[in-house]
Design a protein around this ligand. Structure first.
Ligand code: URA
Length: 250
């Protein structure tokens, strides 16, 4: 396949923007600069743009920093949704978000058309760690409460008992009369799980941001909210290895 077609098909820009990058010498194929857009490449070739290896498969993988106040959906008639942030040239690629963040949660959301990876990232079987930065109000955590979170416990906030899997709580700072902050690492993905865990211990979540998925980390501050970019080859490998779709190269 032509180099410009492969890059455009991989969601790295329109045909004309990728041709510009190629003619400026930003693109290397198997370690050599290629300035000819019609150069023939295979999906298995190693291709870099500005030194960063890119993933050239027909399956597409994006990292989106979801802002607070955006619905995790590809269509909504009334509210801003993830689809509003997908570039036009990708609209036909059948992309969808992996799992969901609440309307008022910001942070890391993977967007892909790889159904198997999406399924595995959401399955409790693979225990893919997700780290949330939680801003909350309430009394300081006791060591007993932190141990209960670490051991897993039962919750009855919906009128029936549900198991909450072991999770790791790391308090950053605590205040009885102002906002407190903590990291919570979950390895399953029940709906509203962070808010429900905090409510169970009489704490109110006032801001929630997912900052890490399987070791892919984004900034803790919200300056990058709304940004969407392709996953790097290294980031994709992290997800494939975390879900058993690829053997670790270590
Ligand atoms: N837990 C929550 O409570 N909300 C989210 O958006 C994600 C995890």
């Amino acid at each position: 396949m032509r180099l410009d077609r492969l890059l455009a098909n991989s969601g790295l820009g329109t045909r004309s923007t990728v041709r510009d990058k190629i003619s400026h010498g930003s693109v290397m194929v198997n370690g050599a600069v290629v300035k000819d857009s019609s150069f023939h490449v295979k999906e298995t070739d190693s291709i870099t743009i500005d030194g960063v290896e890119i993933n050239c498969q027909t399956k597409l993988y994006y990292l989106f920093d979801k802002p607070d106040g955006v619905l995790t959906a590809m269509e909504d008639k009334r509210l801003p949704c993830v689809a509003d942030y997908i570039p036009d040239e990708l609209k036909s690629k059948k992309l969808s978000p992996v799992g969901r963040l609440d309307y008022h949660t910001s942070g890391l959301l993977i967007i892909t058309n790889d159904g198997e990876l999406s399924h595995r990232l959401q399955s409790p079987k693979y225990e893919v760690p997700k780290i949330y930065l939680v801003t909350y109000r309430g009394l300081p955590w006791t060591s007993d409460e932190i141990t209960t979170v670490a051991s897993g416990f039962q919750i009855r906030d919906k009128g029936y008992s549900e198991d909450i899997a072991p999770a790791e709580l790391k308090v950053i700072d605590e205040s009885s009369d102002e906002f407190s902050h903590a990291y919570l690492t979950l390895r399953e993905g029940k709906t509203h799980e962070v808010r429900r865990i905090f409510a169970h211990f009489n704490k109110e979540v006032v801001e929630l941001r997912r900052i890490d998925l399987a070791g892919i980390r984004i900034s803790e501050d919200t300056d990058s909210c709304g940004a969407i970019r392709p996953l790097t080859a290294d980031e994709l490998n992290i997800l494939l290895e975390a879900t058993g779709l690829k053997q670790s190269s270590l």
